[in-house]
Design a protein around this ligand. Structure first.
Ligand SMILES: CC(C)(COP(=O)(O)OP(=O)(O)OC[C@H]1O[C@@H](n2cnc3c(N)ncnc32)[C@H](O)[C@@H]1OP(=O)(O)O)[C@@H](O)C(=O)NCCC(=O)NCCS
Length: 137
């Protein structure tokens, strides 16, 4: 398996939206949203397998805004590679929010040293759900 991580560009957007729609029951990212921020994608043997979108909040502080891996490529280290790549490119503090019920993602983030720092009740809509706020470093 050859895994390459590279910045997303406009011709990738249809595939990124397809992964977003596949991964989230209530997907809310449109094509235009991906390139508003820093979007890195993972290609496995030349096929787009997943993406990670982040933004700078302040110098030395970033937020992971979106992360998803297509079902066919899960549990093969794709999300881990995207996170590793992100942490290497941007040393510093990271924040993110994750649905309380999303135990898979919480487990993944914990492996990278993220810890819960708070909860935001009713943060998500459709369906309404509490967000767990996690921080690394
Ligand atoms: C969460 C998600 C990004 C993980 O992607 P992935 O490429 O399968 O993750 P990895 O293969 O790098 O997994 C690394 C570790 O994370 C944890 N993990 C990943 N998926 C898991 C699952 N379904 N259940 C429990 N732990 C899980 C495991 O500890 C795993 O290590 P292991 O495979 O050695 O046990 C993927 O399941 C996904 O896209 N889910 C839907 C979208 C989503 O929830 N995004 C996050 C929003 S905050």
């Amino acid at each position: 398996m050859t895994l390459v991580i590279r910045p997303a560009v406009s011709p990738d957007l249809d595939e990124l939206v397809a992964i977003e729609n596949e991964c989230f029951t209530y997907a809310n990212w449109q094509a235009a949203d991906f390139l508003k921020h820093d979007c890195q994608l993972a290609e496995v043997d030349g096929k787009i397998a997943g993406f990670l979108v982040s933004r700078e909040i302040l110098p030395g502080e970033r937020e992971i805004l979106n992360l998803a891996v297509s079902r066919a490529f899960r549990r093969q280290g794709v999300a881990s590679a995207l996170i590793q790549h992100e942490l290497k490119r941007h040393p510093g503090e990271f924040f993110l929010e994750v649905r309380e019920s999303n135990l898979a993602a919480q487990e993944l983030y914990r492996k990278f040293g993220f810890v819960e720092i708070g909860r935001r009740p009713q943060y998500y809509q459709a369906p309404p759900e509490t967000a767990i706020v996690m921080k690394m470093k």
